[in-house]
Design a protein around this ligand. Sequence first.
Ligand SMILES: NC(=O)c1ccc[n+]([C@@H]2O[C@H](COP(=O)([O-])OP(=O)(O)OC[C@H]3O[C@@H](n4cnc5c(N)ncnc54)[C@H](O)[C@@H]3O)[C@@H](O)[C@H]2O)c1
Length: 266
Amino acid sequence: MGKLDGKVAVVTGAARGIGREYAHRLAKLGADVGVIDINLKSYEEFSGEDIGKEFETVVDELKSLNVQAVGFEADISDEAAVTNAFQRIQGTLGDVDILIANAGGGTGAITENAASEINPDQLEIVLKRNFYGTVYSVKSVVDQMKKKKYGKIVTVTSVTGLKASDTGTYSHYAATKAAIVNYTKNLAQDLGQYNITVNAIAPGYIGTGRLLEQFEKAGKESYENETALKRLGTPEDCARVIEFLSTDLSDYVTGTVIDVTGGLLR
Ligand SMILES: NC(=O)c1ccc[n+]([C@@H]2O[C@H](COP(=O)([O-])OP(=O)(O)OC[C@H]3O[C@@H](n4cnc5c(N)ncnc54)[C@H](O)[C@@H]3O)[C@@H](O)[C@H]2O)c1
């Protein structure tokens, strides 16, 4: 018996990286899982994300864990495409109990987009991907959650949404992640009456296939030393918190942000 037997979860941006680990964790707990990603084979872009020859996508990996799984390609910043993907998931797996609105990311180098020099075109892309994408995902599940009087919504912010960087760069991304924090808190107030919890996870330096390449290039040790725990985080570190926020362990927890940063915030 898994804690999430009979539940349906959707993880956006789960074709690789931290989202893929979230999907694995929820499936191992017994949930049927729907995946939405702009590219279900995005793992091919980074050797550290290799999923082996046995599986074509994360959806096959999930099925091998003896749960039902489906995946649809959609750009999370396109409302009609998002609505359609959620409808197709609901049509196959049933009403969604758990939403992990994980799809997101920045543009350009981390040395660019200083707060005084934000590139408006990049800001628009990142705002749509991170903030609008989260809003569209929530809107796609919230009516049926209200009807069922049950739901667990987890949004994904970042340490950059909670504090400024030393240099004030990558601030376009940071501002959109900060917007998600405030949205999460308001959403928790709005949906509490329906027994729907809404919380955010704020990862720090997490060693995904994509970021490990960047950390190695820039000198991994300096990132490790910034943390209290003197190591990078792993997708598993984040998935453990998702387990907490998706199960009854967090039934009286709403409107919070849990930072999974190894102590970057001080
Ligand atoms: N890795 C970290 O250290 C870290 C730190 C803080 C926050 N985060 C956040 O965690 C989430 C996952 O990060 P990650 O490092 O695993 O990222 P990643 O880039 O490795 O994976 C992101 C996934 O989302 C998909 N995606 C990107 N844009 C999309 C779009 N417009 N529509 C649908 N899917 C889209 C990609 O195809 C990819 O599969 C993101 O929201 C990111 O901002 C990550």
